[in-house]
Design a binder for this molecule. Structure first.
Ligand code: X2X
Length: 337
């Protein structure tokens, strides 16, 4: 929030008190902070953030108000990354891969087929590997990440034209990817023609056939209604993706320490609830989306991984991240290439 808002709110309170309104009725939050995200209001991330906001308000006796802005209401991910850096937005949930345009190492969990399942994901992201990434984020000086990363999920590939049964089916396909070098590189390695588009423009890009396909976890495909403009869903599980809950450092440190503790505890607890929701959805939604007309197929992941290997994807990214970071990734997930 801006200092201006805080002063205004405080003055407003003083005026009400002077005119004799009861303190409880007149009480406004001392701190009103904005949290931006790109997901629909029905996604578990927004549902759990809403619960956390209510709990924080109660626990701080109304002193802290968290305003959640879903659906990229404050701008695209690229815009909002600028806003969280300068403090005009206080909190932002962002994929580490997109964050990598500021903190290169933050993309590292997105390396193709790095994680074999959720046990490995949470052990790594809640352990030394996640801590290493959060330290890299903190080195930006402008932003910090809350301890618990939120689940986006394992990403699947949807298209309007043909199912992806084998790597060669990607050949020449125009696929929307989020704005991050790792995504573009990976889909070039598969032989596709990736196009960088922010999430808030993805539905219309699919609808107008600027691109033929995209890739996202089922909870996103369903809540953003991408099935309305896509026919096939191939469960490629090519990457695990999560959302770091970022805070502008200056605004975060402007909060009293006891308040920071409440906010962090509630947000981290909400992340744990959201992980359980997304896990359940990513299982149940296959049937739901199939009933809405999506055609599902499974793939043989080894063939896709081999394709990345022979295209030089792993060698390229080991070099980009550096041996030290790559060793930490392999310590968390096992040997990669
Ligand atoms: O942009 C996407 O595809 C999304 C919603 O998955 C992310 O935020 C990375």
């Amino acid at each position: 929030m801006s200092k201006l808002t805080r002063r205004t709110v405080t003055r407003g309170f003083a005026i009400c008190a002077a005119t004799g309104l009861s303190a409880s009725r007149a009480r406004a939050a001392e701190f009103t902070y904005k949290l931006a995200n790109n997901l629909p209001v029905s996604h578990p991330l927004n549902i759990r953030l809403g619960e956390a906001a209510a709990a924080i308000k109660t626990e701080t006796n109304g002193a802290f108000e968290l305003q959640v802005f879903p659906s990229s209401q404050l701008g695209s991910d690229t815009d909002t990354l600028g806003q969280i850096r300068n403090g005009s937005v206080d909190f932002f949930t962002l994929s580490g891969l997109i964050l990598s345009t500021l903190v290169p190492t933050a993309a590292i969990n997105g390396v193709g087929f790095a994680f074999d399942g959720y046990d490995t994901v949470w052990k790594a992201m809640d352990g030394a590997f996640g801590e290493f990434i959060r330290e890299e984020i903190a080195k930006s000086r402008q932003i910090i990440a809350m301890e618990k990363i939120w689940d986006n999920g394992f990403r699947q590939t949807t298209t309007a034209t043909r199912p992806i049964l084998k790597p060669a089916d990607f050949e020449g396909m125009k696929l929307r990817v989020p704005p991050a070098p790792l995504w573009t590189s990976m889909f070039k390695a598969f032989g596709a023609a990736p196009v960088t588009i922010n999430f808030n423009e993805t539905y219309s890009a699919l609808q107008t056939r600027v691109v033929d396909g995209e890739e996202n976890p089922l909870a996103v495909i369903d809540t953003a209604k991408l099935h309305e403009v896509q026919k096939y869903c191939s469960t490629t599980n090519h990457m695990w993706d999560g959302f770091w809950l970022l805070a502008n450092r200056r605004n975060w440190e402007a909060l009293p320490e006891a308040m920071r503790a409440i906010v962090a505890r509630r947000l981290n607890a909400a992340a744990m609830d959201e992980r359980a929701d997304v896990l359940a959805l990513n299982t149940s939604l296959r049937e739901t989306l199939a009933a809405k007309g999506m055609r599902f197929n499974d793939v043989e992941p080894a063939a896709f991984r081999d394709k990345l290997r022979t295209a030089g994807f792993y060698a390229e990214w080991r070099q980009k991240f550096g041996d030290a970071a790559w060793d930490k990734l392999e310590a968390a997930v096992g040997k990669l290439s």
